[in-house]
Design a protein around this ligand. Structure first.
Ligand code: HEM
Length: 484
């Protein structure tokens, strides 16, 4: 089909542009009265921030900065999405959203997927070992983002009022609301282990006009249902009901991070010498170990370009900090381990442009749009000295894609949890698991640049405590079908 311009007034803002945020509340709800809910949802529609709305907000932020106004521009952004259980409750036929039928992870729900495919630890009753709220039937998720707690809390109250929460008119029940916060000061933009996050997301053809150098831009349908590139695993287009156009699937994961334990692990296993044979101080050796687990330094500089020494200037340069492809390294972990988090979750030329004689594997359909935000407090002194986590903290992981089996589920199950990926016969050793998110027998090779075959075992630093799969519909889908 010929490409038509994307309708930015019809697409929820978090999908393409990301809701601007310093803080964000994830409000998980169950529908208690269907007729009232439809009525209330109609009233919510004008609150939804679209992509066009986010672009206006960004202009306002730029204007504010340019004129050197103090503080932040007050703003909030609301988005909404529904689980399969939510559509069932509403009596909406969502079969076109789950082309794999009963096996489709959107349809089974993440609670089932977690123990059958994602590798989450389970309890004796067969359910995942999760926070109990995520074992309830979650019908939907409202995201409320903003520049301050005051703005977001006010908006949350307004929305609760709109849905009659705590009154006889209630149409929903709050299951749990989780607040995420960008980390303070210089750690802003860094996840809790200390690494800069949110650098590499796919550029979208027809939306990102001047993408920075990096992986090739993807068709809009990798992200948006019903657009060019919304394909099955075999490359044939998915057939969606008309109301499902311009939506996206949201994979949410409630991921706790064991930060003091991660720091201790780095301290106990410093790399002795860099790849040129230079002896490293214990501190430098621990920093290099962490960078080789992630594939980037804490600054964000990719180790493929700065393999043995951090380069903060490179890290801060958007024209260079995502422009790497593991070129010429298909059989080598000298610069970057095969299992490093960013190489596992986006193997770039390892699959797309391998040396001649090896068939390329396109990975466009594997790209995901990561949003999400940190939750929980900064490390306390006591946690720092004891090396043990005492307060829950981590990542409210959220990513969008037009297909969960192509995107999030595939990355977690077939790449992160698979010790043989990336899979080349000419490789001298197995890569091992993704050292951040891999679940199973956790070990990886390639951490020591001078002894690539050496395998290092490691505990679980990231513990999944909940999650669900949602569909974030278009504004038309919300108005004409879901609220109708
Ligand atoms: C990139 C941390 C969970 C997929 C990154 C980066 C960091 C990071 C520091 C590098 C920054 C960047 O390239 O933007 C974490 C932490 C996690 C987590 C701390 C959990 C607490 C996940 C999960 C997935 C995932 C669950 C998917 C299954 C990705 C992808 C990239 C990435 C696709 C970009 C790779 C690239 O394009 O180079 N992550 N991550 N991450 N992560 Fe994660």
């Amino acid at each position: 089909a010929p490409a038509t311009p994307l309708d930015l007034d019809n697409i929820q803002g978090d999908l393409l542009s990301g809701l601007p945020k310093k803080t964000q509340t994830y409000f998980f709800f169950a529908i208690t009265n269907v007729a009232k809910f439809r009525h209330h949802l109609h009233k919510l529609v004008p609150y939804i921030k679209t992509v066009a709305g986010v672009l206006k907000d960004r202009d306002a932020i730029d204007h504010h900065k340019k004129n050197k106004h103090p503080g932040l521009v007050p703003m909030t952004g609301v988005n909404i999405s529904f689980s399969h259980k939510g559509f069932v409750k509403l009596g909406i036929d969502d079969s076109s959203l789950a082309p794999l039928g009963d096996e489709d992870p959107f349809k089974t729900g993440q609670q089932v997927d977690a123990v059958t495919n994602l590798g989450d630890p389970k309890k004796s009753d067969g359910k995942p070992d999760w926070d109990s709220h995520f074992l309830e039937d979650i019908h939907g998720l409202i995201l409320i983002s903003g520049e301050s707690h005051l703005s977001v809390e006010k908006k949350e109250l307004e929305i609760e009022l709109l849905f009659g929460v705590h009154t006889l008119e209630a149409s929903i029940k709050k299951i749990i609301a989780i607040r995420g916060d960008v980390r303070p000061g210089a750690e802003s933009g860094h996840e809790h282990f200390g690494f800069l996050d949110g650098i590499s997301n796919p550029a979208i053809i027809g939306f990102d006009k001047n993408p920075d150098p990096g992986p090739v831009p993807v068709q809009p349908g990798v992200l948006l249902t019903g657009q060019n590139g919304d394909n099955k695993a075999d490359g044939t287009p998915n057939t969606r009901a008309p109301w499902a156009t311009d939506g996206s699937f949201l994979a949410f994961r409630y991921l706790f991070q064991q930060v003091p334990e991660f720091d201790e692990f780095l301290k106990k296993n410093p790399i002795a010498k860099d790849g040129n044979g230079n002896v490293l101080t214990p501190e430098a050796g621990s920093d290099l170990l962490g960078a080789r687990m992630v594939g980037r330094w804490k600054s964000g500089a990719p180790i493929d370009l700065a393999p043995f020494k951090d380069d903060p200037v490179l890290a801060a340069d958007p024209k260079r900090n995502n422009d790497f492809f593991f070129q010429g390294e298909i059989n080598s972990q000298l610069r970057c381990p095969f299992a490093a988090h960013v190489r596992k979750t986006n193997p770039r030329n390892d699959l797309e442009a391998p040396p001649s004689g090896i068939a390329p594997i396109p990975i466009e359909s594997r790209r995901i749009m990561r949003r999400g935000i940190q939750f929980g407090p900064e490390l306390t002194k006591h946690e720092n000295t004891s090396g043990k986590t005492e307060h829950g903290r981590g990542l409210l992981f959220a990513c969008y894609q037009s297909s969960i089996p192509n995107g999030f589920q595939f990355l977690q199950q077939s790449w992160a949890n698979n010790d043989k990926f990336p899979p080349f016969e000419t490789q001298p050793e197995d890569p091992g698991l993704d050292p951040l998110i891999g679940q199973g027998v956790r070990a990886m090779s390639g951490l020591d640049p001078l002894a690539e075959q050496k395998v290092l075992a490691m505990p679980q630093f990231i513990i999944p405590k909940g999650g669900e799969y949602f569909f974030a519909p278009s504004i038309k889908g919300l108005k004409d079908t879901i609220a109708a």
